[in-house]
Each structure stands twice: as C-alpha cells, then as structure tokens.
Ligand binder design. Structure first.
Ligand code: ADP
Length: 270
C-alpha cells in the first residue's frame, strides 16, 4: 500500500501486499440517488446509487453519450450532482468546499490523452502529482528528497525507472500512459478514475496499462473505476462491470454475467 507518503515515505513502501488484517472490504466512495442535469438541460445521469469497494476494478461500459465520463467526473466532484449525495466511505456527504478539495486531492484521474507536459521528464511529470498536496507557497520550493524518491518508486511500479530522466514527448503512447499512472500513484490516491485510458493505445500497450492498473488495485487496495470501449478487456480485467445506457445503470454484475441479453440492454439491439 502506498503509505502516508506525506509523512513517512521510503522507496521500499512502493510495493506492499496491502492486505487488511481482517481480509474484509471497505467501501471507499458511495453515491446515493445521484442525478446530473447539465445547464443546457441534458440529463446525463438518472438517479443512481452505487458503492465502490477498495479491492475492485470496476469497468464502465456503454455507448458514447451513455454517461460514463459524467459518472467518473461526478465521483471526482468535478461535475456536481444536481440531486443526491456523494459520500466518503464513512457515509459522510462531501459537500463543503473543504470536503471537495480534500476529496479531489485523494482522487487520481487518468485520461485518454495522458495530459503530461511533453518537454518535461517523466520524473518531473510524476512529481506534478504531488502539487495538490502542498499549499501554494510550498510549490515555489523544490521537491524534497523524499518526494523524489517517492516519484522514482512510482515510476518503478510501472517499470519505467530507467526512463525517469527521459522527456515524455520522446516516449511511446503506452509509456506515457504509464507515466500517467505513476503520477496518479504519487498523489497517494484513495481511488483511481480512468476515462478511456487505452482508447488510443495498441493492444499490447493497452494490455500492459490495464494489467498495471489491476495490480495497483489489488496490491494497494485502491479501487479503480475505468471506462472502456473494448468488451474483451472488460471481461479480462474487471471484477465488476457497470453498464450504462442513456444515463441509467442497466447492468451491474460480474463479468461472467455479461450475456448477449445484457449487452443488448447496454448497447441496444445488435
Ligand atoms: P460517455 O462518457 O458515456 O460518452 P458523457 O458522460 O460524456 O457520456 O455524456 C452523457 C450525456 O451528457 C451526453 O448526452 C453528452 O452529450 C452530455 N454531456 C456531456 N458533457 C456535457 C456538458 N458539459 N454539457 C452538456 N451536456 C453534456
């Protein structure tokens, strides 16, 4: 488990089995009766209630416009729900500006277009994941030795230690996405949200990225919620699949339950 890196971080802590003594599961984030209507009147999510557990990779499936990105951005509170509540694992609604800011610093986002700074090194980009942890004045100082060691350990987790000083724009798309994962890890997140992280990658890079996200979820007990378009990856990497159609949850089950009938409910008639 990525320990409280803000306090006592050592590189060795970058890999840990993260097992809880009781072997149980924790709900990390809960949404209740959440509904999203955009200002132009588009109803992107109809009221839905979901829990996300600490040891699960959840894949969001659905056609374009189904509400996958909106759900991810609502979990991050980038899109405020029009109705309903987003709550932390202790059932406390995240409502005040302080709650929302705190929640965002612990919620890592991974995007299709990695959103890295190409002319900076992988290490600099990973360190950027730490910026939200500091007061503004502190960001004027260089990163500490401890944070640099953390960033290197995160790059090691995604097998890019030896590329730490390479510029990101000299790396392949798959490597850049793995830098994005390392940056997410450096944030010491409670949850990782990934919006179509492999949409622009070749199959081998996609496989590697999803394998690493799944390993992080299992080893660190960080829930990963990922939207995908590829059914085969959903079946291979998900513990749970949520199917969305027109802003409704029409499927919520294990991958084995994803029958032709379920696919028709998600994507419409074949
Ligand atoms: P998906 O990720 O499944 O493609 P989205 O969550 O992006 O779906 O979109 C759900 C619906 O909300 C769509 O009808 C989309 O056009 C609409 N939508 C998304 N973002 C906005 C926005 N900022 N303003 C208005 N409508 C939006």
């Amino acid at each position: 488990m990525l320990q409280s890196v803000d306090d006592e971080w050592t590189g060795e802590q970058a890999r840990n089995d993260g097992a809880r003594p009781d072997g149980g599961r924790n709900s990390i984030i809960r949404i209740r009766d959440v509904e999203v209507v955009y200002p132009d009147g588009t109803r992107a999510l109809h009221p839905l209630s979901l829990d996300f557990m600490d040891d699960q990779v959840t894949v969001l499936l659905g056609p374009s416009g189904a509400g996958k990105s909106t759900l991810l951005r609502t979990l991050n509170l980038l899109v405020p729900p029009t109705a309903g509540r987003v709550m932390n694992g202790e059932n406390r609604p995240l409502e005040t500006a302080g709650d929302i800011r705190g929640h965002r610093t612990k919620t890592a986002m991974i995007f299709q277009q990695h959103q890295l700074i190409g002319r900076q090194t992988a290490l600099q980009n990973v360190l950027a994941g730490r910026l939200g942890k500091h007061a503004f004045w502190r960001t004027l100082w260089p990163f500490s030795e401890r944070e640099r060691r953390l960033a290197l350990a995160c790059l090691d987790r995604v097998s890019l230690f030896d590329r730490a000083f390479s510029r990101c724009d000299s790396m392949s798309g798959g490597q850049q996405q793995r830098v994005g994962i390392a940056r997410a890890l450096a944030q010491h997140p409670k949850i990782i949200l990934a919006d179509e992280p492999v949409a622009s990658l070749d199959p081998s890079s996609s496989h590697r990225v999803l394998t690493q996200l799944r390993a992080i979820c299992k080893e660190d007990r960080i829930p990963v919620v990922v939207s995908l378009h590829q059914l085969e990856y959903a079946r291979e990497f998900a513990d749970r699949i949520i199917g969305l159609s027109n802003g409704h949850v029409v499927f919520d089950d294990v991958p084995d339950a994803l029958t032709e009938g379920a696919l028709s409910a998600i994507y419409g008639e074949p």
